[in-house]
Design a protein. Structure first.
Lengths: 245, 362
């Protein structure tokens, strides 16, 4: 088991956002978490990544208890986050962004691996190679998303968590991004994907969770969720009653 | 890149030597005093530049760290311990050479801390304070951090102004010379004016090279990433709290060292060194230099401090620096000294093509 979250509760100050959330991700899976605005999707990822303190519950990653560890430790263990809204370092070049992504490799005594890793990111995103000297802030939204994913890959994570990679992108670019996520799994990565674009993410995922006001409402294989009437009505925009009329 | 760095350093060192020779041949040797003082202030400013410009953390309390270094060192080297010489601890310290005796202006003997020891104690105490205070206050961001550091500066100012121990409004005087090596001492004495100019600049250049190498390294990238997006920075595995704290402590140490040296050079220190306007001045100069621009901070630090020390701003001294901060923030938030200016000058000097283009467009 790659990631196992049990009865997790977390929030901001007195406001509890997550209520006894339990999820798990197996090696080599793409797991998606869907839900409406404010359901707690981003909070869940940020809590796993260590950016938000847990109030109770446990988080196991590759057999280690990472509950309460500082963010940099969790990245070091191989769990990387592609944050919501990309958050590239806009005043730095594309290459510097990637070098920063490889920041933990030095502590893993793999200094030499940084150049190799940059090459493999460039071969995944040839566009980034062309723009390596450009300031990240001047890239388009889609390119910034690719950079954010590339930056997370630089740390050689075993689990990569993505927070709304399709946010604010043109439909064609969204398709590209989802293709890349699919490719990542072929490259041996495990992916935990948070999305509002339920249709697209359920198509590429193996399993999914539906989060509603901080609780897991539904879970199961992605195709089952796609076929589920409640999911279809609430998240896929299909008005089933209208069909029946 | 290292080749370019060596060339830049050679340029800086040549500049320092040229200025000294110029003052010699033009008979303006008295400028060296202000240039030496400016160098020490610039040491504070380049340290602050690392903190503000690169790590993105503001401090309005660096005059406090400067004063801590200066005051502690001044106190240890002027407080007469002779009445306590029978005390066992004092006797041991005397034997080990940590305490030494000198005769003051009026012929009486004074038992005081050897300046090297005083310097080390002063800087370590500043570092300790910066470390203890930096931990909690660097959790704050933006305006809140500015207010907290401002508070720190005000506390130091009120303490040195209010305690008889630190000479209240008069400050501490009769600080002895600081003998770095036999024959090389930090002192305001006219006979050692030239060597002191080089001591100050030597110190600044060493600090400057350290910082230039630092910002170009993995550490420098990490600092700039904190500036850019702190959450994303920790998401790639940078220990942001540790980096912010270390940078804060490093810049406080620079300020403290500058305080120690300048106090020995001036032979004393007064509470105005700890005043809030001093901190504002340091921040203003970092801003004029272009925030994340060590060269800008150094050049502006020397230039503006020199003008101020020579009295060109008259009684409007503090007003000028406040004004500079406002004007820079409004009209040139990138600072006055920018890379494109150099690029522009280079183009203007090297070829007429660029010039023609400019003519065409105007």
């Amino acid at each position: 088991m790659m990631l196992k979250v049990r009865n997790l509760e977390a929030g901001y100050g007195k406001l509890k956002v997550l209520r006894r959330v339990s999820i798990h991700v197996k090696q080599g899976e793409i797991v998606t978490i869907i839900g409406a605005n404010g359901a707690g999707k981003t909070t869940l990822l940020n809590t796993i990544a260590g950016l938000i303190k847990t109030q109770s519950g446990e988080i196991m990653f590759s057999g280690k208890n990472i509950h309460g560890l500082p963010v940099e430790r969790i990245v070091f263990y191989g769990c990387s986050l592609v944050p919501e809204g990309r958050q590239v370092f806009s005043t730095m070049t594309v290459k510097e962004n990637l070098l920063l992504g490889g920041y933990v490799l030095k502590r893993k005594k793999m200094d030499g691996a940084v150049e190799d890793e940059i090459e493999s990111v460039y071969s995944l995103f040839p566009l980034l190679r062309e723009r390596k000297k450009q300031l990240a802030g001047t890239l388009s939204g889609g390119e910034q998303q690719m950079l954010a994913i590339g930056r997370a890959l630089m740390a050689r994570p075993s689990l990569i968590m993505m927070d709304e990679p399709s946010m604010g992108l043109a439909p064609l670019i969204v398709k590209d991004i989802f293709n890349i996520i699919y490719k990542l799994r072929e490259g041996g990565k495990t992916v935990l994907l948070v999305e509002q674009n339920a249709q697209a993410s359920l198509r590429i995922a193996d399993r999914g969770y539906v989060l509603e006001t901080g609780r897991v409402k539904l879970q199961g294989p992605a195709e089952d969720l796609l076929a589920n009437r409640d999911v279809q009505r609430a998240y896929l925009g299909k008005d089933i009653d209208a069909d029946n009329l | 890149m290292p080749g370019k760095r060596v060339l830049q350093m050679a340029g800086l060192i040549t500049g320092v030597i040229t200025v000294q020779l110029l003052t010699r041949f033009t008979g303006t040797g008295y400028f060296l005093t202000q240039l030496t003082m400016s160098a020490y202030y610039s040491l504070v400013i380049i340290g602050l530049c690392l903190l503000i410009g690169y790590a993105g953390q503001i401090s309005l309390g660096h005059a406090g760290f400067f004063a801590m270094g200066g005051y502690i060192s001044a106190l240890l080297t002027t407080y007469n311990l002779l009445p306590y010489k029978d005390n066992a601890i004092i006797a041991v310290l005397m034997k080990t050479g940590i305490l030494v005796v000198r005769t003051n202006l009026y012929g009486s003997e004074i038992l005081y801390f050897q300046p090297w020891v005083a310097c080390i104690i002063a800087v370590s105490m500043t570092v300790l304070v910066a470390y203890l205070i930096g931990g909690p206050i660097l959790k704050l961001k933006g305006h809140y951090l500015a207010m907290a550091t401002l508070g720190l500066g005000i506390i130091v100012y009120r303490i040195v102004l209010g305690s008889a121990f630190f000479g209240e409004a008069d400050g501490l005087s009769e600080v002895p010379a600081f003998t770095l090596l036999p024959g090389l001492k930090v002192s305001g004495n006219l006979s050692v004016r030239i060597s002191n100019y080089y001591i100050a600049w030597g110190l600044v250049i060493i600090a400057f090279i350290t910082l230039l190498n630092l910002v170009d390294s993995r550490v420098g990238r990490a600092l700039r990433s904190i500036h850019g997006a702190e959450d994303a920075s920790s998401a790639v595995g940078v220990n942001t709290a540790k980096y912010k704290l270390n940078t804060f402590v490093l810049s406080a140490a620079f300020a403290s060292i500058a305080g120690v040296f300048l106090t020995h050079y001036n032979g004393g220190i007064g509470p105005s060194e700890a005043s809030v306007m001093k901190s504002v001045r340091y921040v203003a100069i970092v801003a004029v230099g272009g925030m994340a621009n060590l060269w800008g901070a150094l050049i502006m630090g020397v230039l503006l401090n020199f003008l101020s020390l020579r009295g060109y701003f008259g009684s409007f001294d503090d007003a000028v620096f406040g004004g500079i901060l406002i004007v820079i923030m409004l009209f040139a938030p990138e600072g006055l000294i920018r890379v494109d200016i150099f690029r522009y000058l280079k183009r203007a000097v090297s070829g007429e093509k660029a010039g023609e283009q400019n003519d065409g467009s105007s």
